[in-house]
Design a protein around this ligand. Structure first.
Ligand code: AP5
Length: 216
């Protein structure tokens, strides 16, 4: 069983790498960003609350996020393990996760930190396009779809995420530095941290991650 956590700045490539790692190790994907986007699409009570925060690039309150992850972890089965993507993002979330994993008798295998510089990040966010139907991710220059504006996987029209506008990205980065970056030391002290250079091409980053996981 392999239980992973992937973290990094907004646009570091967490979602891109998560999808490749899941396929490779047959893991379940638990992405709080995807969960919130799906709830917002459905306009559920959770989605309506989350929208106020996500659209401004702010974090959804810890209590709500911790409750969602707790429910997911306790109600699903993970025969090969799971990958948490975008959670935890605060010290309170990291401590809540520790409690939940202890109650379930589970341990993290590794925490992957995808590291990129801020200039690369701004370029990636500006060019990112996503499929609102199947969540496939593209980049207008680095990873364009075969037909401009159309998803290769399901044929749906691609969109730009509301929180990929420049002011929202800058806010997400500010919040990352204040709230999430300290978790790098939190997991380094636990001996779980695996740092990869996210500026490298997608497949090179993926190979580095696999190599690090095998070593762990
Ligand atoms: P979330 O969806 O988790 O957003 P994020 O962390 O900001 O990360 P992104 O999804 O923006 O980027 P990514 O790192 O996955 O990059 P990607 O692979 O797409 O969360 C969204 C919001 O939900 C949060 O702001 C918050 O409001 C709320 N939320 C979520 N979790 C929460 C929590 N735990 N607590 C509270 N609130 C929470 O790649 C980006 C682009 O770059 C793509 O176009 C891709 O094609 C391209 N690319 C990727 N890798 C490479 C590469 N190596 N080379 C070239 N291009 C690349």
């Amino acid at each position: 069983m392999i239980n992973l956590l992937i973290m990094g700045k907004p646009g570091a490539g967490k979602g891109t790498q998560a999808k490749k790692i899941l396929r490779h190790y047959h893991l379940a994907h638990i992405s709080t960003g995807d969960i919130y986007r799906e709830e917002m699409r459905k306009e559920s009570p959770i989605g309506l609350i989350a929208k106020q925060y996500v659209s401004r690039g702010e974090l959804v309150p810890d209590d709500m996020t911790n409750d969602i992850v707790e429910e997911v972890l306790h109600t699903h089965k993970y025969p090969n393990g799971f990958m948490l993507d975008g959670y935890p993002r605060t010290r309170a979330q990291a401590e809540a996760l520790d409690c939940n994993l202890a109650r379930l008798g589970l341990k993290l295998t590794a925490v992957i930190n995808v590291d990129i510089n801020d200039e690369v990040l701004m370029h990636r966010m500006a060019g990112r396009r996503v499929c609102p139907n199947c969540q496939a991710t593209y980049h207008v220059a680095n990873h364009p779809p075969q037909v401009p504006g159309i998803c290769d996987v399901c044929g749906h029209e691609l969109i730009q995420r509301e929180d990929d506008k420049e002011t929202s990205v800058l806010n997400r980065l500010r919040i990352y530095n204040k709230m999430t970056k300290p978790l790098i030391d939190y997991y380094r002290e636990k001996g779980l941290l695996l740092v990869v250079d996210g500026d490298l091409p997608v497949n090179t980053v993926f190979k580095e991650i696999c190599k690090g996981i095998e070593e762990k």
